[in-house]
Design a protein around this ligand. Structure first.
Ligand SMILES: [Cu+2]
Length: 109
């Protein structure tokens, strides 16, 4: 009986830990590549072509200044919870011959 209780407790713990990831949209590709993080404000969302226009803060690692530009996103579903005017935190990789590609994006409160 005691063993069963411990088991149930472990199950409850694992369920409780899950919501920490719930509001962060994940995409698994390229997790082994160098990625960069930045914050910005959403200027426009173009789900049809998997693009988002962001007014982003500076990215010192890349010597980027703050600016407004389009980013490609790895998957349309990343844009489901993204709306014009909201503040976001995002991660992107640089694709050879392409532009920056967003792999993670989440809305900040
Ligand atoms: Cu830029």
């Amino acid at each position: 009986m005691k063993k069963l209780l411990i088991c149930m407790f472990a199950a409850v713990l694992s369920i409780a830990a899950a919501p920490a990831y719930a509001n962060e949209v994940h995409h698994q590709t390229a997790d082994n590549q160098k990625s960069y993080s930045a914050k910005g404000v959403v200027v426009a969302v173009d789900s049809a072509s998997s693009k988002v226009k962001l007014k982003h803060d500076a990215v010192p690692e890349l010597k980027w200044q703050a600016m407004t530009m389009f980013f490609n996103v790895a998957d349309k579903s990343l844009l489901e919870s993204v709306k014009t005017g909201v503040q976001v935190e995002f991660k992107f990789i640089k694709v050879d011959g392409g532009g920056p590609l967003i792999t993670h994006i989440k809305t900040l409160k």
